[in-house]
Write a protein that binds this ligand. Structure first.
Ligand code: MN
Length: 241
């Protein structure tokens, strides 16, 4: 059995989400062959050298899971793209490139965070290209801690204001982009997060039936995609009180 999750936005301010995640690690994830985290695992990440006690405790919990025999794969989201090799080494997880094709349930499946599918959001795509090139990443990682904290706050506030101001269809995926990307990778199943619109969409790719599985964000409840002999099951679950 394999589990996929995304968009937990882990933060100290949401102990209910943290608890639910730790419960998942002690429960279903223990029995899983692999756990895939498809981005925005943390609400914010300003560098592996600036881990808070809270973030360190999550790192250690992941380590316990990977030590117990569950392979843990982590993909960057738009909130936590500064997660680096030091964190992954400490947590015992493998950083997955976005996009990646992996074999799940006997088929090739394309995994993405999902932000690169929202191509109609031209302003965001421009900023992403600027922030995520190797030179910018190097500079970001080497800025003084206080500067990075200030920058992260600014980006978060801007992102919140923009999401409110932008039409809802431009913060969702571009419909034509999906079959294009899936065809380019030769897959009939795509799994992504980011949009906070959990669903399984049917579509056609190169004249064949295909599906796009959108993971849910963890807020009022959690979401997991479980892959086993039964197939792919996308399900919400309630947080324990
Ligand atoms: Mn995101």
């Amino acid at each position: 059995m394999i589990l996929l999750i995304s968009d937990l936005h882990l933060q100290e301010e949401r102990p209910d989400i943290t608890r639910a995640f730790l419960d998942l690690l002690d429960g279903r994830a223990r029995h899983a062959k692999a756990l895939y985290i498809l981005g925005d695992f943390f609400e914010a990440w300003i560098g592996d050298d600036a881990m808070t006690a809270f973030q360190l405790s999550i790192c250690q919990a992941l380590r316990q899971l990977s030590d117990s025999g569950t392979a843990v794969y982590l993909m960057h989201g738009n909130r936590d793209f500064l997660i680096g090799a030091d964190f992954c080494r400490a947590a015992g997880c493998t950083l997955l490139a976005d996009p990646s094709v992996v074999e799940l349930g006997g088929e090739a499946v394309l995994l993405m965070h999902g932000d690169t599918l929202c191509t109609r959001d031209v302003g965001y795509m421009k900023m992403r290209r600027y922030l995520r090139n190797p030179v910018s990443l190097w500079i970001l990682r080497h800025l003084p801690l206080a500067t990075r904290q200030k920058l992260a706050r600014k980006l978060r506030n801007e992102s919140r204001a923009q999401v409110r101001a932008k039409a809802t269809d431009i913060v969702d995926v571009t419909p034509e982009q999906v079959p294009r990307v899936m065809a380019a990778h030769g897959v009939r199943t795509l799994v992504h997060g980011h949009t906070h619109r959990p669903a399984i969409h049917k579509l056609m790719v190169d004249g064949e039936p295909a599906r796009r599985i959108v993971l849910g964000d963890w807020d009022r409840h959690g979401w997991t995609l479980q892959v086993d002999e039964q197939g792919f099951a996308l399900e919400p679950f309630d947080f324990a009180c």
